[in-house]
Ligand binder design. Structure first.
Ligand SMILES: *Cc1c(COP(=O)(O)O)cnc(C)c1O
Length: 387
């Protein structure tokens, strides 16, 4: 059975590519190359080499015994993407795309970044591969994330502060696409989440699927059966689609995505167009994206990947919201009980687990995708708890 039919970049009614002709031309070239290399033996050998030697994969599937005992229900396992080099799942996609960029003969990489996490991962890989790197970042974001700007510069990247529009992520994406159209013969646009026009959502899913390829094998080895549920936070949707991918055809495995209640795209969004593709969007009557808010910068996005929009619509995956207070609580509980400080983004998935696990039987299993480590968030949480 295949619940998700991937046809010309469509997931049900979502996805596709709604961009000007010049950009479509460039995306077609990208798609041809992605199709050519995704199953290429040498390409995958090289990617696995860097996953292993540079990122530190495979990441553990850790039995959270203390948390399990405390909650008194399902056995809880943590997929430790926080242990990757650079501290999150983002590097998986970055390495995949950068190897593709090399195959395509590009020597210059560009990327967008909001809070700076994708920018830092991209700058890291560019440093290692000796690629010229330019990161587009909204002017407002460069002010709020000055340390990440410095981090990217330290890694050799050029950070361009985008002054247009509201000086936010959306404006950075627009500038990156404009740069790509102008310079596509030498330049590769390395997009950071499972969003955007085709082939980006399929490509990002492909490279992030390593998460569930590993976790499925690991859980079968440890427990001899599949989990009752896999949980992951959803911003654009890349860590979640990577954590879900290999279980989509296992109808008995519940797939649960968790959103901030003030950026609840999949819960409250309606079909619309954003950044050149169709998805569920938080929008006003004129189709303008609504403002969102989350204490986790990585989840502060008014759209979500087209495949999540589809999985939600057909009922294959569930999407649930948690509040900022619940997230802060979960952040502290996992730190205290397991000695693992999760990213505020990942803490969304932990927060829902605190409610779900006690309702399940002790022979059931939950896997939480810990998408990143919380070191980056410690200062912010310090201020929130002390005010
Ligand atoms: C960027 C980020 C996210 C959100 O992005 P997705 O594409 O939805 O995965 C989640 N967790 C961490 C740690 C991140 O850095």
């Amino acid at each position: 059975m295949s619940t998700v039919v991937e046809k010309k970049g469509y997931f049900g009614e979502f996805g596709g590519s709604f961009v000007p002709d010049e950009l479509q031309h460039v995306l077609n070239i990208l798609d041809e190359n992605f199709q050519r290399y995704k199953d290429d033996e040498d390409f995958n050998k090289e990617l696995n080499y860097y996953f292993h030697e540079y990122v530190g994969r495979k990441t553990p599937l850790y039995f959270a015994e203390n948390l399990t005992k405390q909650l008194g229900g399902a056995k809880i396992y943590l997929k430790r993407e926080d242990l990757n080099h650079t501290g999150s799942h983002k590097i998986n996609n970055v390495l995949g795309q950068i190897l593709l960029a090399k195959r395509m003969g590009a020597n210059r990489v560009i990327a967008e970044t909001g809070a700076g996490q994708h920018g830092v991962a991209t700058a890291t890989a560019c440093a290692m591969f000796g690629m010229d790197c330019t990161i587009y970042m909204g002017l407002e974001d460069t002010k709020r994330q000055a340390l990440n700007v410095f981090r990217m510069e330290l890694l050799g990247a050029k950070v361009v502060a985008v002054d247009k529009g509201q000086g936010r992520l959306k404006d950075a994406v627009d500038e990156a696409f404009a740069d790509l159209v102008e310079n596509y013969e030498t330049t590769f646009y390395l997009l950071g989440s499972a969003v955007g026009p085709h082939p980006f959502p399929s490509m990002v899913k492909h490279f992030q699927s390593v998460i569930s390829r590993e976790s499925r094998e690991q859980i079968l080895e440890k427990e001899g059966k599949l989990p009752t549920a896999v949980l992951a936070c959803v911003g654009g949707g890349s860590n979640a689609i990577g954590a879900f991918a290999e279980y989509i055809d296992d109808e008995n495995v519940r797939l649960i995505g968790i959103e901030p209640d003030q950026a609840a795209t999949l819960n409250e969004g309606t079909p619309g167009e954003l950044h050149g593709f169709k998805c569920l969007v938080l929008q006003d009557a004129e189709g303008n994206p609504l403002p969102t808010y989350s204490i986790a910068a990585g989840l502060d996005y008014p759209g979500a990947g087209p495949e999540h929009s589809h999985l939600k619509t057909i009922g294959r995956a569930e999407y649930i919201t948690v509040t900022n207070e619940e997230v802060l609580e979960a952040f502290q509980i996992l730190s205290k009980v397991e000695g693992i400080i999760p990213a505020l983004e990942s803490s969304h998935a932990v927060a829902h687990t605190l409610k779900l696990a006690p309702t399940l039987a002790t022979d059931e299993i939950i896997i939480i995708n810990i998408s990143g480590r919380g070191d980056k968030d410690v200062e912010q949480v310090f201020h929130m708890l002390n005010k």
